[in-house]
Write a protein that binds this ligand. Structure first.
Ligand SMILES: [Ca+2]
Length: 108
């Protein structure tokens, strides 16, 4: 990570290293990001029924700083007929978001 080997990690070095190891690589996602995503999604499932209902889903995205507009784009593609999202689908969508080459492609 300390490319210049000066004993300090600049913001650019940090960004470059994390992008290379975590983003756009399924292995990087599985090793580094997926545990965090799983923890967030499972903590969001307040009633532990294996699904994120609308309230659980919206509350989590709001806490993560996701805008209402982005929620409207993402939610409908993931929800089942009852409006809830299976926990596994939410985790898969996050993986796609982190590893896809397409911008704003949560669950394609
Ligand atoms: Ca739930």
């Amino acid at each position: 990570m300390d490319v210049t080997r000066d004993g300090q990690i600049t913001p650019h070095e940090f960004e470059q290293a994390t992008t290379e190891t975590q983003l756009n690589t399924p292995d990087g996602f599985r090793q580094i990001v997926r545990p965090w995503v799983e923890a967030v999604v499972k903590a969001s499932d307040v009633d532990s029924d294996g699904r994120l209902n609308t309230g659980e889903y919206r509350r989590t995205l709001r806490a993560l700083g996701i805008t209402e507009e982005a929620m409207k784009e993402t939610g409908p593609s993931l929800t089942d007929a009852d409006g809830s999202i299976p926990v596994d689908a939410a985790i898969a969508a996050a993986e796609n978001t982190y590893t896809s080459d397409k911008p704003h492609s949560p669950a394609t």
